[in-house]
Ligand binder design. Structure first.
Ligand code: G1P
Length: 271
């Protein structure tokens, strides 16, 4: 059973400067709600019971967002506004499920994952990257089903433009299972167009085995002094761990870039 999810939130968000100079990108409103709430809703609807946030001291405002009880209690006492009461209830519901761990130097997604090691209880866990919103269909829920059917690790995926492969983790298909699911033969982080094995990209949803922790430990920081989760996944594939790429049904919104961020409010507004 997949009951725990982890969300790396310690990134600096440089692609969204200047907004992120004083603000955590995951709290920026998308159609009136912080982006992170859409990710939390996806997790909870997929049956996740505990969500581990990996934050940094620079992004402590993310924790504060869920721990503003004094403020809510004071205002509710004074105003008794049903809207605020309702919002506070929602925050409390989220807070009950969230645990915080710290990654104070941003050393990549791999390093962020490692910070959660002592909290992960089951053989597999879910990871969601908060820049990637998937709307209209719950991607995590669909991936958990795939995981249960094949007893394998799973990554969300979609085709991207050939001239844009260097923005993504790119994988090679080993075997087609059906129209949406493929066994991965190998994966490489942000390859050049020339070196890319395909134009099939990994999107920010992963069902990972606990054995990934030891693989991350064996890696040295590479490009940009970061430890990439992609490299640890490749090591597991070398060890014959089965990874399935799941071409999700929902609509992908890239909230990590300014254009994508602006567009995400428009798309969610249409729902
Ligand atoms: C990360 C991963 C990359 C993946 C992407 C999906 O990159 O490292 O493999 O394709 O998320 O959004 P980042 O967006 O952190 O640069």
């Amino acid at each position: 059973m997949i009951k725990q999810a982890i969300i790396p939130l310690a990134g600096l968000g440089t692609r969204l400067l200047p907004l992120t100079s004083v603000f955590a990108k995951e709290l920026l409103p998308i159609n009136g709600r912080p982006g992170i709430e859409y990710i939390l809703d996806e997790c909870i609807e997929a049956g996740i019971k505990e969500i581990i946030f990996i934050i940094s001291s620079k992004k402590i405002m993310i924790k504060k967002y869920f721990y503003s009880d004094q403020l809510y209690k004071k205002i509710i006492k004074k105003k008794n506004d049903p809207r605020i009461i309702n919002e506070y209830k929602k925050i409390l519901k989220y807070k009950k499920k969230i645990k915080f761990v710290f990654q104070n130097t941003p050393k990549g997604t791999g390093d962020a994952v490692l910070k959660t090691q002592k909290f992960i209880k089951n053989k597999y866990f879910l990871m969601l990257l908060p820049d990637d919103l998937i709307i209209k269909k719950n991607c995590s829920k669909a991936m958990i089903k795939v995981h249960q059917n094949y007893n394998a690790s799973v990554m969300a995926s979609m085709k991207v433009k050939k001239n844009n492969v260097s923005r993504w983790g790119i994988y090679k298909i080993n075997k087609k299972l059906n129209n949406r699911n493929f066994i991965i033969g190998g994966v490489v982080e942000k390859p050049s167009e020339r070196k890319a094995p395909s134009n099939n990209a990994v999107i920010g949803r992963y069902i990972l085995p606990r054995s990934i922790f030891n693989k991350i430990k064996s890696l040295k920081p590479k490009k940009g002094k970061e430890v990439h989760i992609t490299d640890a996944i490749q090591l597991l594939i070398n060890d014959k761990e089965r990874f399935i790429a799941h071409n999700f049904e929902g609509k992908y919104l890239d909230c990590g870039t300014m254009n994508g961020y602006i567009n995400s409010s428009i798309e969610i507004g249409k729902l």
